[in-house]
Design a protein around this ligand. Structure first.
Ligand code: TXA
Ligand code: MG
Length: 327
């Protein structure tokens, strides 16, 4: 689409499906975050995703399908572990990287032999995938490096005028991107922590290794591009504070606070405060996290102080996103 033309917000799934089939870019809701979708079999449409997001082409895209029965059309072989993980966690926030089928353009995987696949757990996304009959390649629907969108309005703020339509499915329930697991090696490897907790994965398949991002490597050489040191980042400087709330908070005029847990009297000393969950529910924290980052950023404070999360369940993925938002 020519840049600058307003992007329509639509609710008609058939219209969205037709637009995707004809090679257009349509943002779609999922349970994790909104994705910027294109027909995964159409390399020209896929190329336009990178253009719209201003995303470097070394970053591979996740391919979304309507159900495990469609796996055969996107992967060459289905590892045994994939079958059991899919049965247990799909539809849901788990992306599995498996040997790619020839029909998937190299651009989708940035030339890698594996393709990341998932079945999203969102009624609108599933109906759309059933209606198109094609797999949909979709990264998070934000400009490269920015905060992931959890509402249709967030998508418009970042990509309005750059994409063909946004299919509105309301706010995303999980609010953090999927957990990415590679099944390309001898043992499964978590490439990105996300909406499916490590505990849940390990309960299903036993101990699993998590890839560490390596600060000695260039961004392009990281094990997964979601591991860039600065990613998911607001414009404002962010500083992470310990999860332990007995540590006094450094308050300066113009400081914003991103926190969780019971409200404290210190709140009144901050220019603006966002509490992700007063009872410290990590699911609630995750669902509110990206929207809160946007809201604090928009208030234009000098700095955002953000309290880390307990290192278990979704807290791990939240701490990972927080670290990268701090750069
Ligand atoms: O929840 C999600 O995963 C959302 C929704 C829209 O599905 N998508 C998303 O996509 O977060 P994106 O592109 O922002 O992040 C995808 C992550 C990247 O870190 C990428 O490196 C990794 O998944 N990934 C995708 N395909 C891969 C592949 N073939 N090999 C290794 N990593 C891959
Ligand atoms: Mg992303």
């Amino acid at each position: 689409m020519p840049q600058g033309v307003p992007t329509p917000l639509i609710r008609d799934i058939t219209e969205a499906a037709q637009r995707l089939e004809s090679g257009q870019l349509v943002a779609l809701p999922t349970e994790t975050v909104y994705g910027l979708g294109a027909n995964a079999w159409n390399s020209e449409a896929v190329a336009r995703i990178f253009e719209a997001k201003q995303r470097p082409e070394f970053d591979p895209l996740i391919v979304h399908i309507a159900g495990s029965d469609q796996l055969g059309s996107v992967v060459q072989t289905i590892p045994a572990l994939a079958r059991s993980l899919a049965e247990r966690f799909w539809p849901g926030p788990l992306t599995l990287v498996m040997p790619k089928d020839e029909s998937i353009p190299d651009l989708v995987t940035s030339g890698l032999p594996g393709v990341g696949v998932r079945v999203p757990d969102h009624p609108v996304a599933l109906k759309l995938l059933q209606a198109t009959g094609c797999p949909i390649a979709a990264p998070s629907a934000n400009l490269f490096g920015g905060v992931s969108p959890t509402t249709a309005e967030h998508v418009l703020l970042g990509l309005g005028g750059r994409i063909d339509a946004v299919l509105d499915g309301g706010p995303c329930q999980i609010g953090l991107e999927s957990t990415v697991v590679s099944l390309m090696g001898d043992k499964p490897l978590v490439l990105r922590l996300g909406g499916l907790s490590l505990e849940a994965l390990e309960e299903a398949i036993g101990p699993i290794q998590v890839a560490e991002s390596n600060s000695a490597l260039s961004d392009a050489a990281q094990p997964a591009p979601g591991m860039l040191s600065r990613h998911y980042a607001p414009g404002t400087l962010m500083i992470a504070m310990d999860a332990d709330d007995s540590v006094p908070l450094p308050i300066q005029p113009g400081t914003a606070l991103l926190t969780w847990g019971p409200a404290t009297k210190e709140y009144s000393d901050f220019a603006v405060v966002k509490n992700l969950s007063e009872n410290g529910d990590l699911r609630e924290c995750a669902a509110n996290f990206f929207a809160a980052l946007r809201c604090l950023d928009a208030a234009n404070p000098d700095v955002i102080i953000a309290r880390r999360f307990p290192d278990h369940g979704l807290g791990r993925a939240l701490n990972d996103r927080l670290q990268r938002a701090c750069g």
